[in-house]
Design a protein around this ligand. Structure first.
Ligand SMILES: NC(=O)c1ccc[n+]([C@@H]2O[C@H](COP(=O)([O-])OP(=O)(O)OC[C@H]3O[C@@H](n4cnc5c(N)ncnc54)[C@H](OP(=O)(O)O)[C@@H]3O)[C@@H](O)[C@H]2O)c1
Length: 479
């Protein structure tokens, strides 16, 4: 809703939009009440979770009427913004500030959590072939922590808006964007800039979502499930009776891997994860080990020959261990380097240690041992290697599995943009089971201590300390 005092704002109704009955009903007030994948109303606050214990708890029914009203108002606001962008406000009587600016998370420089800000930025407009999306939810990935630290190859210049995936409603279309219309519910990959109220991204990275898929589910879907699917089926050729080892089995990708393995008969999944997650994920993983256990010995006790597929997101010493565990004709895939993250800021010691510990691969040894070694980076595939078309076909297959109820994103918790530091801290603390979501329409939950999330202009620098964590705990919405 317009926040200025101008009296001339013209409000149009959803009914006047040239939309199908289905889309119109999605945009009507009340349709904005957020639902969890499990069907409960996420506009109600959840109980706080103690660190490292993440109950997937039922929601206490607090102030449902107020919350529903708030959600309805948010939905109304979204509709109004869509109307404006669609050029249906004949008076043009809009607040310039509201129309041209948006809220976004900005990374002011590489480093700790104190480099993150929520600020107002110029609203992007779609270029040729681009789709403008009114964002509802954004995915927070482990990779975003690495970007924040500058722990990636060729990091872009700061300040920047982080985030690689989001879900929302199509608000405007550039030229040559056949197949989409204003009001479509979509999820999308973005080459940075996802953590904002509005994003523009090329049409090849945008996918329509099913009517019953919630926005948090959609924001939790693309990165995790596409990466998991492509590694299992495009690279490793997973088939009936094979076995897979996956680390961080309780995380976003880990849970996607476990669910996709369950779509193939007789696949055995070995997983490592922090012990407190075991109860919650036990059903999805055949054999679970504590992340600190000697998993090589544990796997060999159960399967002396080893496994067919090793999915390694840790790197360092785990590369050699993974290669050692492969059966003949087995495939090892490196797709991350979580071991490099040991504190809040980039550690050159951890980087060097991880690099030094990586098994130096000799192709002659691979030939003698009949082993396959591979690497996988979804973002490079999409944004550097031009494989958007291939990824689109994978997304269609995954959406079909979703519609058959064979897979379902596991959302850990929802956070306001202003709570991005606390959300990231939850991953640093290894507290998440499933995916963290930034919910653009959520208001920050009242703090249990003094507020540490400032709203200021990007570019403001602060002194940075290794391990400096001035965050105060907030209460996430636990799914
Ligand atoms: N190549 C690709 O295309 C691609 C795409 C997506 C993700 N990835 C990679 O896949 C991995 C998982 O990504 P995700 O987004 O799904 O995250 P995630 O698994 O939800 O990440 C959080 C979990 O990782 C585990 N972990 C391992 N090392 C950690 C460390 N140093 N600090 C904190 N937690 C650590 C923790 O679980 P436990 O304590 O239970 O082990 C933590 O709860 C990451 O390495 C990421 O970079 C790669």
């Amino acid at each position: 809703m317009c926040k200025c005092t101008c009296a001339s704002t013209t409000r149009l109704t959803v009914e006047s939009l040239p939309l199908s009955a289905n889309k119109r009903s999605q945009l009507l007030p009340g349709a904005g009440i957020r639902c969890s994948p499990w069907g409960s109303d996420l506009s109600q606050p959840r109980a706080p979770s103690p660190a490292r214990r993440v109950p997937i708890a039922p929601t206490p029914p607090t102030r449902p009427v107020d919350m529903a009203k708030e959600a309805a108002e948010m939905s109304e606001e979204t509709v109004h913004m869509i109307e404006r962008s669609a050029g249906k406000d004949p008076e043009g009587a809009l607040c310039p500030g509201d129309a041209k600016e948006m809220r976004a998370v900005v990374l002011t420089g590489f480093g700790g959590l104190n480099k993150l800000r929520v600020t107002r930025k110029a609203m992007p407009e779609p270029q040729e072939g681009e789709i403008k999306i009114r964002v509802k939810a954004c995915g927070l990935n482990f990779l975003d922590l690495m970007v924040r630290q500058g722990n990636i190859d060729n990091p872009p210049k700061t300040p920047l808006v982080p985030g690689f995936e989001c879900s929302g409603i199509v608000e405007a279309l550039g030229s040559n964007t056949k197949g989409f219309e204003i009001g479509d519910r979509v999820m999308a990959f973005v080459n940075y800039n996802a953590w904002a109220e509005v994003v523009c991204t090329p049409l090849e990275f945008v996918y329509k979502i099913p009517d019953d898929m919630t926005f948090p589910e959609a924001a939790a879907f693309s990165m995790n499930f596409v990466a998991a699917y492509m590694m299992l089926f495009e690279v490793a050729n997973l088939r009936d009776g094979m076995s897979v080892l996956v680390h961080s089995a309780g995380g976003g990708v880990g849970q996607a891997v476990a669910q996709l393995c369950s779509t193939v008969p007789n696949v055995t999944v070995f997983g490592t994860a922090s012990s407190f997650k075991h109860e919650a994920i036990r059903e999805s993983v055949t054999h679970l080990f504590d992340r600190n256990a000697d998993y090589v010995q544990e796997v060999k006790k159960i399967s002396p020959d080893g496994v067919d597929v090793v999915l390694d997101c840790l790197c360092g010493e785990n590369t050699g261990k993974g290669l050692g565990l492969l059966k003949p004709l087995g495939t090892y895939i490196l797709y991350g380097s979580s071991n490099m993250v040991t504190g809040e800021t980039k550690s050159f010691f951890s980087f060097a240690k991880s690099w030094w510990q990586v098994e130096k691969v000799n192709p002659i040894k691979l030939y003698e041992e009949n082993k396959v070694i591979a690497g996988f980076s979804l973002l490079n595939l999409l944004f550097k290697q031009g494989r958007g078309g291939l990824v689109k076909t994978v997304v269609q297959k995954l959406l079909s599995l979703y519609e058959q109820k064979k897979i379902k994103p596991l959302v850990d918790s929802l956070w306001a943009l202003e709570e991005v530091k606390e959300a990231m801290q939850r991953i640093h603390d290894r507290g998440n089971i499933g995916k963290l979501i930034l919910d653009v329409e959520k208001s920050p939950t009242p703090l249990m201590a003094n507020d540490s999330t400032e709203t200021s202009e990007a570019g403001e620098e602060e002194e940075e300390h290794e391990g400096d964590n001035d965050n105060k705990e907030r209460m996430p919405f636990i799914q």
